[in-house]
Design a protein around this ligand. Structure first.
Ligand code: GLU
Length: 312
């Protein structure tokens, strides 16, 4: 109750985020994730964060992070607070790993990728399922390479905002998965969970290619005592031949026109007249009118293959 006797309703602040990997300029698929996460956070007065997933230095393209930020700015998608760079956060991942060690679930693995591939009982949707070779004890004469986490046999269930009820049995789908790779790099699965929790993210909006990573992340969240954010996976924009589009596809296009196409791709009835409007106007339409129930739960081919942008 407030002082004047009226009931006050507290609504939790939505914190959304966009987490591109700076392996090239923003392509149409990433633009879809950016506009979707932006509209869903902003239309309820929420915060919207940007994080650069630049842990894998071999895949990072110099200048790509700045180029992505410039494109977001050109679209009028302004983020809150400083951009987080994963490459500067290894101490935080180390601390989380230390806490996980305390649970007794972490073990060193001496297997090479080739060996896992050769001995995996079957390939899951995420590649070969780890057969548990070093689970109890590292094979004799082997030096530890990666650090893995032991997964339970239970099913992890969650309700996705677009794809509905999802479930996965980690032991059957992926097996004990890597948290620190043989080259010392922290795995995406750990970094994303630590960053989302420490940034207070409540709403994860991203491409459907990560649908099957989410159960691993929910499992890590439970091990670390972190809250589980809402998950909304967006359909994937595919190239005409059915491939996931990559930074290699495409040609220059005007930012506004691509934003318009991105909203249409997400099932939003953005008026045709806006297709040539300034980007800020298209984004403002999206924030006001975006409806999650209109987003199709199927990935689709697109002709919008953009990798470089003209600021029109
Ligand atoms: N960095 C990932 C990508 O660019 C997205 C990760 C995420 O949103 O959790 O596809």
């Amino acid at each position: 109750m407030s002082v004047d006797g009226r009931k006050t309703v507290k609504t939790a602040l939505v914190v959304g985020r966009f987490a591109p990997s700076p392996t090239g300029p923003l392509h149409f698929g990433s633009l879809v994730a950016a506009i979707g996460s932006y509209c869903l956070a902003r239309q309820v007065g929420g915060r919207w964060l940007v994080r650069m997933e630049d842990l894998d230095r071999l895949r990072v393209v110099p200048g790509a992070a700045d180029e992505i930020l410039c494109t977001l700015e050109a679209c009028g998608m302004v983020w809150d607070g400083p951009v987080l760079y994963q490459s500067r956060r290894t101490a935080r991942y180390e601390a989380a790993l230390e806490r996980l060690r305390g649970t007794g679930l972490i073990f060193p693995c001496g297997c090479s990728r080739k060996e896992v591939l050769a001995s995996a009982p079957h390939a899951g949707e995420e590649g070969p399922v780890y057969p548990g070779t070093c689970r109890e004890r590292i094979a004799s004469g082997r030096r530890p390479r990666a650090l893995r986490i032991r997964v339970p046999g239970d099913r992890v269930c969650y309700v996705d905002g677009v794809f509905g009820l999802r479930e996965q049995q980690l032991s059957a789908a992926v097996g004990d998965f890597v948290l620190r790779r043989a080259d010392g790099l922290f795995a995406y699965q750990l970094a994303v969970v630590v960053d989302d929790a420490e940034s207070g993210v409540t709403q994860v909006v991203r491409g459907a290619d990560l649908l099957s990573s989410t159960p691993r992340q929910i499992f890590l969240q439970s091990c670390l005592g972190y809250p589980v954010p809402d998950h909304i996976h967006l359909p994937l924009a595919l190239a005409a031949d059915g491939r996931k589009i990559s930074k290699r596809d495409g040609a220059a296009a005007a930012v506004g026109a691509e934003l318009w196409k991105a909203l249409r791709f997400l099932g939003q009835p953005v008026p045709k007249a806006l297709s040539k409007a300034p980007p800020g106007e298209i984004v403002a339409w999206g924030v006001e009118h975006f409806q999650l129930q209109r987003v199709p739960a199927a990935s689709a081919a697109t002709s919008c293959l953009t990798t470089s942008w003209t600021k029109a």
